[in-house]
Design a protein. Sequence first.
Length: 168
Amino acid sequence: MSFFTWWRSLFAQNVAETVHGEVTTCTASSFADPKDVAAFQRCKAQGKTDQECFRVGDNGLGFEISISNGKHERLNCADPDKCYCALPPEIWKPKWGTPQNAARRRVIVSYVHRATGATTTVTGLLGDTMPHLANITNGARIDLNPGFAKALGLNPPFMATVSWSWGE
């Protein structure tokens, strides 16, 4: 095993261990906002793959959930009236296992406003997955959708320091 592989696995394991039952402070980024979705759609219109288009935007669709009679649908993470977040699989998989089990788990996010020092805390749902930790280039460890952004008083696109925990 190379040093890099060992270090990456150790880092991912430590990150996963520190968030269960604790409050984690980290960088949040916005996702699935109108500009993000529009960039993804422009990319798709050029005939590119989803993976290529996720490098420039987001399709706004989250985990697939069962709704009734064996039917499934994807969570609409672009909905500005619902608070959805995304976390790396190294964070949610050790706790919840599968995407179906992780979908719609409660997540509590707090943001301290720089201008006033006031803290806003909002409870939302895990709606999507982020890339693996090793593939995240902007340093974010949680993505917040337009609903979370609105509830916390943030304007996409943003990078902000937040604290979060599972809302078990």
